[in-house]
Write a protein that binds this ligand. Structure first.
Ligand code: SF4
Length: 362
């Protein structure tokens, strides 16, 4: 057996000889030798296997704000990586070279969980992020990496669409420290027609992470002109977040750029992102942000009690910090929601590609 192949737990045999993968709501029913929609899980020897354990599309040290997480160890560097494949099929995918990859050659770097944890510590990273493609599809590898990181005192971050079944979801998030979950729209029709999925499982993941775990949660919604950027939809989405998740969950309204199979429309106008942020504020969310645009207002965190500007950002650079080391407003003492551990980091906006094989050899 290939060293990158491991057995998985979430599947069952069907009466017709096929095997059903129970990791995500797609519930792929596979004949021997077939791969699932995610491409990285397959039916082999009458069971479901993962074919990309220990392989990655590359490692990079990024600012944590780029994940995006604005309330989780601000200013610190995060060792980021992904693998290949995805269990949604978004026509507007902004990472399609990785997520749609069917070429195992894209997986240029290889690394054991312990190597990744050691590399993160050596590079001064406070956390490791599973990103670029959705980590739920490389569930076994992501969990082993997260456990190795925990042993080394490194935190882990999942950047995910949250499209995962209940049992694997519980196992996955019990090993994570923070998550940014994509809420791609607030309409079943959008998920069905443009992503090949459904909205309800994502809402269930959001509620699960917020109420059943200690994982720090932020949300990203990519606003696509004419598809999910109406005032009404943003109003409904942000009302749902306030009612079901509470006012403290940060939400990032991010700018779309034409990509993959969606090149028939232009990038999101900055005014639409600002409008979304204002609707969120009016509906009671304390920490709505804009993303992928230059917008000083949209990158600012205000104290929800006294209105003091407690954090300001210029893209990924922190330009103002008015919090105590345990995350309280210096003006009135109100706690800002999030994970704060001493003074902020000073990683800035740097992006440092890393070859793990070369790093381990030195
Ligand atoms: S994880 Fe992959 S193989 Fe399993 S159900 Fe989802 S898309 Fe199909």
């Amino acid at each position: 057996m290939d060293t990158f192949v491991v057995s998985t737990r979430y599947w069952h045999r069907l009466g017709d000889g096929r095997v059903q993968c129970d990791l995500c709501p797609r519930a792929c029913k596979l004949h021997e030798g077939q791969r699932g929609l995610c491409f990285v899980r397959a039916c082999q020897d009458d069971r479901i296997i993962l074919t990309t354990y220990g392989r990655s599309s590359g490692f990079c040290v990024d600012p944590i704000e780029k994940k995006p997480l604005n309330h989780f160890l601000p200013g610190t560097p995060v060792l980021s990586f992904g693998t290949a494949g995805c269990n949604l099929a978004c026509r507007f995918c902004q990472n399609w070279d990785i997520s749609k990859s069917r070429e195992i050659d894209t997986l240029a770097d290889r690394a054991s969980p312990e190597t990744i944890a050691r590399a993160a510590a050596r590079l001064g990273c406070h956390s490791v992020a599973f990103t670029y493609n959705d980590p739920v599809i490389f569930h076994e590898y992501a969990i082993d990496v997260a456990q190795a990181c925990r042993e080394a005192g490194i935190k882990t971050v999942a950047v995910t669409a949250g499209y995962v079944c209940a049992e694997p979801r519980a196992e996955f998030f019990s090993n994570m420290d923070a998550a940014n979950v994509d809420l791609k729209a607030f309409a079943e029709e959008f998920y069905r027609r443009l992503c090949g999925g459904h909205l309800q499982p994502v809402l269930e993941t959001l509620e699960y992470v917020r109420h059943e775990t200690d994982v720090w949660l932020e949300i990203t919604t990519l606003l696509i002109p004419g598809l999910n950027d109406s005032q009404q939809e943003i109003d409904h989405l942000t009302q749902w977040v306030v009612e079901h998740l509470g006012p403290e969950v940060p939400i990032h309204f991010s700018a779309f750029h034409p990509d993959w199979k969606m090149t028939d429309r232009g990038p999101t106008p900055p005014a639409i992102l600002s409008m979304a942020r204002h609707i969120a504020l009016e509906n009671g969310l304390r920490y709505p942000y804009t993303g992928n645009v230059q917008d000083p207002d949209g990158g600012r965190t205000n104290c929800h009690t006294c209105g003091e500007r407690i954090i300001e950002r210029d893209w990924y650079i922190l330009t103002r910090w008015n919090l105590t080391d345990d995350g309280r407003c210096r003006s009135c003492g109100t706690r800002c929601a999030g994970v704060f551990d001493g003074p902020p980091g000073d990683w800035g906006s740097r992006r440092l590609p890393v070859r793990l094989a070369e790093l381990s050899a030195t």
